[in-house]
Design a protein around this ligand. Structure first.
Ligand SMILES: Cc1cc2nc3c(=O)[nH]c(=O)nc-3n(C[C@H](O)[C@H](O)[C@H](O)COP(=O)(O)OP(=O)(O)OC[C@H]3O[C@@H](n4cnc5c(N)ncnc54)[C@H](O)[C@@H]3O)c2cc1C
Length: 418
């Protein structure tokens, strides 16, 4: 089989590794090639969370130790209001009963690790400087058309996978009238900072509500001096920014000022923002759910198929689930067309449901309710939101995202058994 993957991001690289593990790699006589627009894979971005359902897949790919070396496995996720009063907290990863941990990692380091694993296992299959600009459809194969420094390159393939991110060219070819990603009205600022260890040194925190919020989680173990590298996301309604560009850097000082009163005895939010080496500004955007991903021999995967708000930390994890499901289906279904149909059927409805939940802020809805019911704060959250309501919000999101602990632990493997 000849498989073209468009985009060497998290989803595209995970797809190449999954195909190889499923017996569809070069070692088994198949052609898998990853075409990336950038001239170089520079490992850009800041923090990203891999939830236990994605860690299960990375473990099955034999990459768990490498992922563990990249970051920190959070023990707890804790929500606070903007005054630093606790709303909800829950164990994460192994501590929550999963067979697999959650891992907080730097997106760029994850991408470089996946790139290296692709090179080790599949060989020289990544073609840089290739921007997808067109697809021509045939009966049983399609042709991908790339723009390169040396002119147009045409590649015939049995399957073309559009893993080319939120601004996907393949998606735009299929849905030419779609336009720019819709904006939620929120702006996010992302950065890393070195701060004194807070709480147990392994807790992901979210403080605030639907209008203004701060998220932080460790990306490294504390050093001998009690300092730790953390990832943070500051978020605020309004302050419209232009189009979505992952790499736009801005001055941290005015953003720190927006959070000047958010100083808790366990974390100084304005000092954290002001202390970052680089602050990246991004509009909170996503994509509408699509009625169809697969057209002929082309399909979509990851953000190209279902870019979603970061509420719930699921973007990278869902791309990895897509990759594993697609590879499993291509290796086991009776025909390529049946495989693409089964992949879409397995992944499109669940990601559409998840998209809808992230638009209602996903598990972070507890923060909105706390603000709505107690705008000036509270002495005890249970006076404001009953424990059963808090528990159901967290559980409903996990069910929808595919990481309810019991279901995930028992779910059938996506390994191809030969
Ligand atoms: C530079 C960058 C920084 C990011 N930083 C973060 C972050 O800090 N935290 C976070 O949670 N998420 C971040 N993301 C998004 C995150 O990687 C995705 O939400 C998620 O991992 C799903 O991955 P994906 O492979 O679908 O998309 P992406 O990881 O976005 O990968 C898409 C890839 O396709 C390539 N591409 C795009 N168009 C074409 C084309 N026409 N032809 C060929 N290749 C093309 C892109 O260059 C990119 O390498 C970032 C994405 C990018 C591109």
């Amino acid at each position: 089989m000849r498989i073209v993957i468009v985009g060497a991001g998290i989803g595209g690289l995970a797809t190449a590794l999954s195909l190889d593990a499923a017996g569809l790699g070069p070692a088994s006589g198949h052609e898998v090639t990853v075409f990336e627009r950038s001239a170089e894979i520079r490992g850009l971005g800041v923090g990203l969370n891999l939830l236990p359902h994605a860690m299960r897949e990375l473990t099955d790919l034999g990459l768990d130790d490498r992922v563990a070396d990249l970051g920190v496995a959070p023990s707890t996720l804790a929500y606070y209001n903007r005054y630093g009063q606790p709303i909800w907290s829950e164990a994460r990863g192994l501590a929550a009963g999963y067979h697999w941990p959650q891992q907080s990692v730097h997106r760029g380091r994850l991408q470089l690790m996946l790139r290296d694993a692709v090179a080790e296992r599949l060989g020289d299959v990544i073609r840089l400087g290739h921007r997808l600009v067109g697809v021509e459809s045939g009966e049983t194969s399609d042709t991908a058309v790339f723009d390169t420094e040396d002119g147009e390159v045409r590649v015939d393939a049995d399957v073309i996978v559009g893993a080319d991110g939120i601004h996907s060219a393949l998606r735009a070819l299929r849905y030419p009238a779609e336009g720019a990603p819709p904006w939620s009205g929120l702006t996010i600022w992302r950065g890393t900072a070195v701060v004194p260890t807070f709480l147990d040194g392994r807790t992901m925190i979210m403080a605030g509500d639907g209008d203004q919020k701060f998220v932080a989680y460790p990306l490294s173990e504390p050093d001998a001096g009690g300092l730790q590298t953390i990832n943070f996301i500051a978020e605020r309604r309004g302050d419209g920014v232009p189009d979505a560009d992952w790499n736009r850097a801005v001055d941290p000082a005015p953003i720190a000022e927006l959070f000047r009163e958010w100083t808790y005895d366990w974390l100084d939010v304005p000092a954290t923002i002001a202390g970052t080496a680089e602050l990246l500004e991004y509009p909170m955007v996503d994509r509408d759910a699509l009625p169809q991903w697969t057209f002929g021999r082309t399909t979509l995967l990851g953000d190209a198929a279902h870019a979603m708000y970061p509420n719930g930390s699921n973007g990278g994890s869902q791309a990895i689930l897509d990759a594993r499901t697609l590879a499993y289906q291509l290796a086991t279904a009776s025909t390529v067309d049946a495989a693409l149909a089964a992949y879409e059927q397995a992944r499109r409805p669940v990601t559409a449901k998840l998209l809808e939940m992230t638009r209602q802020t996903g598990p972070e809805r507890v923060m909105l309710l706390a603000r709505e019911r107690a705008p000036q704060g509270f002495a005890d959250i249970h006076d404001v939101i009953p424990p059963a309501e808090l528990e159901e919000i967290a559980a409903a999101y996990k069910r929808a995202a595919g990481f309810d602990p019991a279901v995930l632990n028992e779910r059938a493997t996506l390994n191809v058994v030969r």
